[in-house]
Design a binder for this molecule. Sequence first.
Ligand SMILES: O=C(O)CCC(=O)C(=O)O
Ligand SMILES: [Fe+2]
Length: 289
Amino acid sequence: MASQLVELELADWAGATPNEAWIAALEAGKVLYFPRLGFELSPAERKLLDPKLLVEGVRNISLDGAGKLKGVAGEAEMQEAVATMVGRFRSQARQLIDGLLPQYGPSLRMAPTSFRPAQVETRVQSWRADDKRLHIDSFPSRPNYGERILRVFANLNPDGAPRVWRVGEPFETVAQRFLPRAKPYSQLQAKLLRALRVTKSFRSEYDHLMLQLHDAMKADADYQKNSPQETVPFPPGSVWVCFSDQTSHAVMSGQFMAEQTLHLPAASQYNPDASPLAILSRLTGRTLV
Ligand SMILES: O=C(O)CCC(=O)C(=O)O
Ligand SMILES: [Fe+2]
């Protein structure tokens, strides 16, 4: 399998410019990797790299667009310091995406920014929630009708520990492999899930199929072990960007990461035909949303 990683020399969050080849690679599901684009922390901010910052029982800290911070234990001063750091990451991530992908700008919807101080390798989770297994992002309660999940990640680890990912095969190959095993879509079941508030809105056939792929990948131990994949240690001081609803990925180890999700309608891509919605529609021969 050809590498799914594209390494770029950019060293300045404000210095990105659009490049046809990078855009095509990103929209093909590859990971854009920026080894020289660090997220700088002040000495005071380095003290915030501490899992004790987390409210008990919480995995991530998040900051929404209105400046509301969730998940931080501690006094107002601490809350404010975290909000400032995470807020800066939020604006730098947006600046990077605006520079690389100017056409997306007007259509982007920013999700809350997350800061993840917990250690990956000691986390215990059900197989379905376990991101140590290769998967594409699809969320059981949140149908998205083909809207894209674009993510910017930065490793902030102060002790040299990489964030180790596995990156798997291209989306279309994943879909060809697992679609034949997908349970058929049921509108009736989708209505029930909505009525029972299991989903926040009606689950479309697209959302059903994406969740089927997500679950089938994670549930298949042989696939996890033996499918084409590469292990990528993202070092501290690096940044990477991918469409996580398309890139097959898993996180194996690491601690302290910042992440920004941006949502984009598939129709606003440079090449909408490269989207999971277009690929699944083509493979099934159906309209899925
Ligand atoms: O924590 C990570 O490094 C990535 C986890 C993951 O699968 C995701 O954020 O979609
Ligand atoms: Fe994921």
